[in-house]
Design a protein around this ligand. Structure first.
Ligand code: NAI
Ligand code: MG
Length: 504
């Protein structure tokens, strides 16, 4: 403990908001079960680090099977008591609006905590993650009063209608790349539909989910509606996936763990939704508006240090503009300021963890070994401490290389030349993944044709990475199944009951 407080000052060096510091000082952080903050039953804790300087930020309760069992017991009780699902929809909507307001009121603190825990530039957490989280709660608040059933054209001797009812106790396991935003994508639609939830944040970035738990308590939700169990994948996560009394599991993370979760769900046939990895093709035709294509492609691969499931990691460039385009992309990469993510001018922070740093360094090595050339970057950052990687553009890549097939999850663009439209559609779709894709061209006919042919859950035309709570998001192929966001998330969190009544 002493070492934790001693290192807190250096771990948070540069933090401006006293609220974030106060939050960190009140560690060890606990689990939220039935409206109360409790230590893990084992008494175990784990450290969460600042990846920019490798110092300990806080100790956090390490939840395990016993804690998940306890959380499920109270969640089940809250669900069966209909404390939440039977509230007037207007009242339930107001709770979600209140959570959105509280996120906005604490936006500076949340942005700083996110940056400290994850390493992403404050510029991004303040402008993308935190406002996006508030907006997601607000969007689903609007849905609460608009979840309709139907009356069906039955024989006149019968009256048949459908009800959309909540699924029940929902386990939600999220990753570390957009911690608060992913928590919101999961919790907001589940609550809107009247479910109760058990959220497990990633072990690398538990802090903003814990703070969100506090804000949810402050909003006054009935106890037992939201549980937050921090801990590791094997342990807290696997206990959720296997639990016989959890009705649904929603997961965002690696394809590898997605498969484990799907298998574990078979025990009680949980409903499952999976949002997994990607290796998205970002396609540049010679008639594209080049400055926008360069800027958009840089955003597509360097935002959040490339730790984005829909990152445009395979940049397909038509042969005639390949050299010119990769020069410009490298030039843009060279302007990104790498450094302390709390500095508002920083555009690239460290990767989230040593594990991720090692993985990405492994891919840089593999790319070079297979004959790709780093036009820029290709090396770790030169900082004294922290998990930095230089923004990298690999040229001379073909679609069969390891760096073109596997998700790197780092600031590494693999630029692959193509001949023509037919060739790029074939190559673009030649992947196990299908989360997203983009096409840059001024020819609208070509854009729409290619968008139709690409096997991906999202296609961007002349832009990259746009997401909004009103539009569905999810994968084809091994990028998962189920669609989050938009009205589609209502399908994930409701089940349909058909009611028959005999007339006369
Ligand atoms: P991961 O898939 O292991 O972790 C994601 C979440 O799953 C975390 O909350 C983790 O605790 C949990 N988890 C891990 N093992 C579990 C298990 N057996 N049962 C239940 N829950 C479990 O991802 P990791 O190891 O952090 O990253 C590895 C790679 O996965 C990355 O390099 C990247 O390629 C990919 N990834 C993709 C993400 C996406 O947004 N689609 C997000 C994070 C990682
Ligand atoms: Mg893992």
């Amino acid at each position: 403990m002493a070492s934790v407080s001693a290192s807190l000052e250096s771990a948070t060096r540069g933090a401006k908001s006293s609220a974030a510091l106060e939050f960190l000082k009140s560690a060890p952080k606990k689990l939220l079960i039935n409206g109360k903050w409790v230590p893990s039953k084992s008494g175990k804790t784990f450290e969460t680090l600042n990846p920019a300087n490798e110092q300990v930020l806080a100790l956090v309760a390490e939840g395990d099977k016993a804690d998940v069992d306890e959380a499920v017991k109270y969640a089940r009780k809250a669900f069966e008591d209909f404390k939440w699902a039977n509230l007037s929809p207007h009242a339930r909507a107001r709770f979600l609006l209140k959570i959105a307001d509280l996120i906005e009121q604490h936006a500076d603190e949340l942005a700083e905590l996110e940056t400290l825990d994850n390493g992403k530039p404050l510029f991004e957490s303040a402008n993308i993650d935190i406002p996006g989280a508030a907006e997601t709660f607000r969007y689903y608040a609007g849905f609460v009063t608009k979840i309709y059933g139907e009356t069906n054209p039955s024989d006149p001797s019968m009256f048949n209608y459908t009800l959309r009812e909540p699924v029940g106790v929902c386990g939600q396991i999220i990753p570390w790349n957009f911690p608060l935003l992913m928590a919101s994508w999961k919790i907001a639609p589940a609550l809107a539909c009247g479910n109760v939830v058990i959220l497990k944040p990633a072990e690398q970035t538990p802090l903003t989910a814990i703070r969100l738990g506090e804000l949810i308590c402050e909003a006054g939700l009935p106890e037992g509606v939201v549980q937050i169990i921090t801990g590791f994948g094997p342990g807290a996560g696997s206990s959720i996936a296997e639990h016989p009394d959890i009705d649904k599991v929603a997961f965002t993370g690696s394809t590898e763990v997605g498969k484990i979760i799907l298998k574990a769900s078979a025990g009680n046939l949980k409903r499952v939704s999976l949002e997994l990895g990607g290796k998205s093709p970002n396609i540049i035709f010679p008639d594209a508006d080049m400055p926008s294509a360069v800027f958009g492609s840089a955003l597509g691969i360097f935002l959040n240090q490339g730790q984005v499931c829909c990152a445009g990691s395979r940049v397909f460039v038509q042969e005639s503009v390949y050299d010119q385009f990769t020069d410009s992309l490298s030039q843009m990469a060279s302007t990104l300021t790498l450094g302390n993510p709390l500095d508002p001018n920083t555009r690239m922070g460290p990767l989230v963890s040593k594990e991720q740093h090692d993985r990405v360094k492994g891919y840089l090595k593999a790319g070079k070994a297979e004959g790709a050339k780093a036009k820029i970057g290709g090396e770790p950052g030169k900082q004294e401490a922290g998990y930095f990687i230089q923004p990298t553009v690999f040229t001379g890549v073909n679609n069969q290389m390891k760096i073109a097939r596997e998700e790197i999850f780092g600031p590494v663009a693999s630029a692959i030349p193509f001949k023509d439209e037919t060739d790029v559609v074939l190559q673009g779709n030649d992947t196990d993944y299908g989360l997203a894709a983009a096409v840059w061209t001024k020819d609208i006919n070509r854009a729409l044709t290619v968008a139709r042919k690409l096997k991906a859950g999202t296609v961007w035309i002349n832009t990259y990475g746009i997401l909004d709570p009103m539009s569905p998001f999810g994968g084809y192929k091994q990028s998962g199944f189920g669609r989050e966001l938009g009205k589609y998330a209502i399908d994930l969190y409701t089940q349909i009951k058909s009611v028959w009544c005999k007339i006369g």
